[in-house]
Design a protein around this ligand. Structure first.
Ligand code: C2E
Ligand code: MG
Ligand code: MG
Ligand code: MG
Length: 275
């Protein structure tokens, strides 16, 4: 993220600035339309219990069926959505969708959870908390089935506000996971103070598993989670060897292409559930 911000500052000194500024505004206003016109879609990627292969939950990942540009993944619009604050609308939409899914699953699959990604801006004030409380009133569900994924920097850069909101959400029973763990500050001093339940080991470390030294990092994160009483999941698992090494290191939760790519809701349900 920091690298990307630096990159866009460089663009400031080129003649692309006007083009860039106007394309940002276009994306931001198009996102408003996207929410209103139902162009956004959630894909689900299963999280697996490595011990028995069972699906324990899923991460919701955003996709945009753009009427002109076609099918878009978050890389092409999330940064702009964050910079223009349009992300707040998107997160508002997301919350309602996620609650709706849990409500639909809860009779037959009360143990499944859904996680969704939250941006720094969503933790800058009370809007997300208000939204979640409001949607909960309409969809009375087991809040422990919903997990918020947040990168470490989003909590640390705005610590007072972010941590007070997360504390309140956890009091309501929601779970909090640190996404992309190991790539941010990874400071022990902070880990102790973060109101979180779970660490998601970044894909970068998992992809290097099997190359000797990298397993040291992964093993350290798994042990760290254990010592802090946190759950741990490995993301970006792509091979049987990675799965095997993770199991041997005591990481029982896994997610990645080896099990499944993110799937449209209907495909996820057809493949894993019998509703
Ligand atoms: P993330 O939350 O860390 O999500 C994991 C990303 O890795 C997803 O990309 C997923 O499709 C991809 N992935 C999963 N397993 C594998 C694997 O085995 N190998 C490889 N190479 N990739 C794998 P995606 O869906 O393109 O999302 C990218 C990022 O965009 C997410 O990273 C998250 O930071 C952000 N994002 C996605 N959906 C949302 C959303 O609804 N709201 C917000 N604020 N951010 C979102
Ligand atoms: Mg995530
Ligand atoms: Mg991640
Ligand atoms: Mg990420």
């Amino acid at each position: 993220k920091a690298k990307q911000a630096g990159g866009s500052k460089l663009a400031f000194f080129t003649s692309d600035i006007l083009v860039e500024a106007s394309s940002r505004l276009t994306i931001a206003s198009e996102l408003k339309r996207a929410v209103a016109e139902n162009e956004l879609e959630l894909y689900l990627q299963p999280q697996i219990d490595g011990a028995n292969g069972a699906v324990v939950g899923a991460e919701a990942l955003l996709r945009w069926n753009h009427p002109v540009k076609g099918f878009l993944t978050p890389d092409s619009f999330i940064d702009v959505a964050e910079q223009t604050r349009a992300i707040r609308l998107v997160t508002g939409w997301l919350v309602k969708e996620v609650f709706g899914i849990i409500e639909r699953w809860q009779t037959q699959y009360p143990q499944l959870f859904i996680s969704f990604n939250v941006s720094a801006l969503d933790l800058a004030d009370n809007e997300l908390l208000r939204r979640m409380t409001e949607v909960l009133a309409d969809h009375p569900i087991d809040t422990s089935r919903i997990e918020l994924e947040i990168v470490e920097s989003a909590i640390i850069e705005n610590f007072e506000s972010a941590s007070s909101i997360l504390v309140k959400l956890r009091k309501l029973g929601f779970c909090v996971a640190i996404d992309d763990f190991g790539t941010g500050y990874s400071s022990l001093a902070y880990l102790d103070k973060l109101p979180v339940d779970k660490l998601k080991i970044d894909r970068e470390f998992i992809s290097k598993l099997g190359e000797g030294e990298q397993s040291g990092v992964v093993k350290s994160i798994i042990d760290l989670a254990g010592n802090f009483g946190l759950r741990v999941v490995a993301e970006g698992v792509e091979t049987a060897e990675q799965e095997h090494l993770l199991k041997a290191m005591g990481c029982n939760r896994v997610q990645g292409y080896y099990y499944s790519k993110p799937l449209p809701m209907s495909e996820f349900e057809a493949k894993y559930l019998t509703l």
